[in-house]
Ligand binder design. Sequence first.
Ligand code: F6P
Length: 381
Amino acid sequence: MLRKVGILANGGDVSGFNAVIRAIVKTAENHNVECYGIMEGYNGLLKKDFEKLTTTQHGEATGILPKGGSIIGSSTNSNLFNYKIVNEDGSIEYKDMSEQAINNIKEFGFDCIFTLGGDGTQKSARDFSVKGVNIIGVPKTIDNDVACTEITFGYNTAVSVAMEALDRLHTTGETHHRIMVLEVMGRYAGWIALEAAIAGGADIALIPEIPYDINKVAQKIENRKKVGKNFSIVVVAEGAKPLGGDITIMNQRNNGKGVDNTKLGGIGPIVAKQLEELTGLEARNTTLGYMQRGGTPTAFDRVLCSKYGTKAMELALEEKFGTLVVIKNGKLDSVPLEDVVGANTEIGAVSGNTKESNIRHVTMDDDLVKTARNLGINLGD
Ligand code: F6P
């Protein structure tokens, strides 16, 4: 019998966190289940920072459908299985704090925890599930790279923001006869870059799954010049890499152990400079950055979040714990968290930059790849 549930949002934020929270709370209220927000991701479990969520007139979960961010916060440095502790003398140690979190869950009486997050979040969710906690995961990330689902929430909004940026870059690029490069996020997967390139009518899309030959990219721009098109639009995924080369890393973050500390970024300006040298056209880079994660969700994301949130609560009522809500063959479904995390035990594998990784990459037989090629979008190969 489900009486009290907790919702946590974890990892980098996306548009749509609040829409999922609202959908869970509304469905819960219809079944007389009490909902609490677990504040600041997994940190809240440790700090017993729980806030009641309702959709009553002045409840925290009302009026939040269009709101960006997360009303319950989020965290990118809260791996409770390898938690950073700063001692009084300033020394740092890493401890497994999962048992304390589990005690807090039991003491407060949570019958289920909903984990809204990407692969790292779902790995911790799986680990808690193995230790007996009732968990239902909901796949979040603008990168769209969570295994076992066709789409994650937040992705569509990120693509829409990138598309709008491309529309704007088109007019300025055309006016000044320039190569306009747009660097987008996506970590080790090219979903945002590829879909935005199609939606925004780009000429070139460079994605991590297809190492690019800069000469072939320059050739595409030269060919456009020959037919009088003396501007070009290039979308570069932050994880794109040249043939025989590696991804560009901006820096290493200090988010603790057992989380992805690699901050990608910086490939856009490099590509722009090389193309300027190779084609003789002026080139400018724009790095879209956190614009892709902020603000109101698109209609598509609002509907997806509502589907995911309501389904997650349904699964909890059916006691189908240890699962992730997914879209499979276009329909709502669920899969064991174990399948999502796979055999990955190390965060390096979870985060996508190793061959053991279980993240969902763009595959060469994907409709998006075929569509892009048919449209004449150069993929750098
Ligand atoms: O995973 C989502 C994401 O926005 C990536 O696309 C990007 O590489 C990363 O997070 C940025 O992380 P942070 O918020 O730590 O800068």
